[in-house]
Design a protein. Structure first.
Length: 239
C-alpha cells in the first residue's frame, strides 16, 4: 500500500513538473492572437489555450468595446435626446463590421526587458473622422434644402442616423498608421497582459475604430473638422 502511494505521488509530481514546464508560444504569435481575438473575434480557441485568465480578459475586451460604441453613438449624434437602443445597436454593428473589413495591423517591433515584452502595433484604423465629416456635410445640405428638419429634434436625429447608415459602408481605413504599445509577460507557460494597462487597451480600441490614440485627440480633430466644413451653395431653402 505504501509502495502504491509512493508511485501515485511520483506520478502527481511528474504531472505538476510537466505542466509547470509548458513552454509559451513565441511573443509575436501571442501578440497576433491577442488582436485577432480582441478586435476581429478570431482565434478565440487559441486565445483561451495560450492566455492566462482568458475569460477575465474577454470581459475586459467586451467592456472596452461597449464603452466605445456608446461614446460613438452619442458623440456622433451630438444630442441630449436619447437614441433608440435598437437603432444605436444597428449603427454600432454596422461600424463594427466595416471596421473589421477595412482595417489592418502589423507588429512593428517587440522588445524585451525581462520579464516584460513591449509589443508595438502599427494600426491602420477605420477613418471615423471621414465618416463624421461626410455625415455632417450631408446633414447641413439637407437642412439647407429643408429648414423644417431643425424644428424637430427627433426628425433631425432620424435624418442623421439615416445618413450615417448610408455612409458607413463607404468609409475605408486611414491612410496613415497609429502606433500603440502593449506590455505582455509569460506566467507558467501562458501569456498575460501586464496589469495597469487600461489606458493602453483603450488606446488600442480607439486606434482600430478611429485611427487615433485618445478620446481627446479624436474630439479635437472632430471640432477642427466641423469648423472646416463648407456647405455647397444650393440656393434658397425650400421651406
Amino acid at each position: 500500500m505504501k509502495k502504491t502511494g509512493t508511485v501515485i505521488g511520483a506520478l502527481l509530481f511528474m504531472l505538476l513538473f510537466i505542466s509547470g514546464c509548458t513552454k509559451a508560444i513565441p511573443a509575436e504569435e501571442a501578440a497576433n492572437i491577442l488582436i485577432d481575438t480582441m478586435i476581429y473575434d478570431q482565434q478565440t480557441e487559441a486565445f483561451q489555450i495560450n492566455f492566462a485568465n482568458s475569460e477575465e480578459l474577454t470581459e475586459i475586451f467586451v467592456e472596452q468595446r461597449t464603452l466605445f460604441e456608446e461614446n460613438f453613438t452619442q458623440g456622433i449624434l451630438q444630442t441630449g435626446e436619447a437614441v433608440d437602443e435598437q437603432l444605436a445597436m444597428e449603427i454600432s454593428e454596422m461600424l463594427m463590421q466595416q471596421m473589421r473589413e477595412t482595417t489592418s495591423y502589423q507588429i512593428k517591433n517587440i522588445t524585451e526587458t525581462k520579464p516584460i515584452y513591449h509589443v508595438t502595433y502599427e494600426i491602420q484604423g477605420f477613418n471615423l473622422l471621414q465618416l463624421f465629416k461626410e455625415s455632417i456635410t450631408e446633414l447641413l445640405v439637407r437642412i439647407q434644402n429643408d429648414n423644417e428638419l431643425v424644428k424637430d429634434e427627433k426628425t433631425l436625429i432620424a435624418t442623421t442616423v439615416a445618413i450615417m447608415q448610408e455612409k458607413i459602408p463607404t468609409i475605408e481605413a486611414n491612410d496613415t498608421s497609429t502606433e500603440v504599445t502593449l506590455q505582455l509577460k509569460v506566467n507558467r507557460g501562458k501569456w498575460e497582459i501586464v496589469n495597469g494597462q487600461d489606458e493602453s487597451l483603450a488606446s488600442l480600441y480607439l486606434a482600430f475604430f478611429s485611427g487615433m490614440r485618445s478620446q481627446e485627440e479624436l474630439t479635437n480633430a472632430m471640432t477642427e473638422a466641423l469648423n472646416e466644413i463648407e456647405v455647397p451653395s444650393m440656393g434658397e431653402p425650400t421651406n
